[in-house]
Design a protein around this ligand. Structure first.
Ligand SMILES: [Zn+2]
Ligand SMILES: [Zn+2]
Length: 232
């Protein structure tokens, strides 16, 4: 029990330092902090796969590739275009955070110390996953409607054999509705603590990139389901 109390006190101390870093300003923590978390986690998750996709090295990892003969390495011009679109979309996500900040305030989202208890964070996580799945599933179905598909979602499906950074290769409308909003609506509805939201965003970014990476490494969840969606 003592050990748990010590760990909690340590985490709260670290969180106070984070708040201090942002001048103890709620708007800075929410907008700048969340944008940094989104952007840095996107870069961190993708940097390994970007190197692998661009250089085709190290070769011993090729045996884990799902569509064996595709994009090893990716054609440079296509790769750079994909990166450009993906980073533009990540900036859009940051813009969404700024745009939604007043709504976040209304629903009681907070950044104050102390951090919420673990059980509360866990319950919020469950809600985030459910809301994310619901909005992503129905918006994705909508984007596959023949009248909408060719104008918006077709762009994401240009990648029949996707790469991790192609997770964010999408029309800006699709990126806002199907990628950014599903991640943010859960925390807004639950009035969550921003520290819980940051952990959620890092995990969600990791999962999305993994679903598109086209590699099935041992002990990692299989991206074959979404890969099949891109093939078909
Ligand atoms: Zn689709
Ligand atoms: Zn996809």
């Amino acid at each position: 029990m003592d050990y748990i109390n010590q760990a909690t006190a340590y985490l709260n101390l670290q969180w106070s330092s984070v708040l201090h870093l942002f001048g103890n300003e709620k708007k800075n923590v929410f907008v700048i902090g969340t944008s940094l978390v989104l952007f840095l986690s996107f870069c961190a998750v993708n940097s390994f796969f970007m190197f692998l996709d661009f250089t085709g090295k190290p070769k011993f990892l090729h045996k884990y590739k799902i569509q064996k003969d595709k994009n090893i390495p990716v054609e440079p011009a296509r790769f750079l275009h994909c990166c450009k679109v993906a980073f533009r979309n990540e900036l859009l996500s940051c813009g969404m955070v700024l745009f939604l900040y007043p709504v976040m305030q209304c629903t009681g989202m907070t950044c104050q110390a102390p951090l919420p208890p673990i059980w509360e964070g866990f319950l919020h996580f469950v809600a985030f996953v459910l809301v994310d799945e619901f909005i992503f599933y129905y918006s994705h179905r909508l984007f596959h409607h023949p009248f909408i598909y060719k104008h918006i979602h077709k762009m994401h499906h240009e990648w029949i054999a996707p790469i991790s950074i192609a997770a964010s290769y999408a029309h800006p409308i699709e990126h806002i509705v199907s990628n950014a909003l599903p991640l943010l609506v859960g925390p807004i509805l639950m009035g969550s603590h921003i520290a819980v939201v940051w952990i959620w965003l890092v995990i969600a970014q990791f999962e999305t990139c993994l679903h598109h990476c086209n590699y099935h490494f041992p002990v990692m969840s299989s991206p074959q389901f979404h890969d099949y969606h891109h093939v078909k």
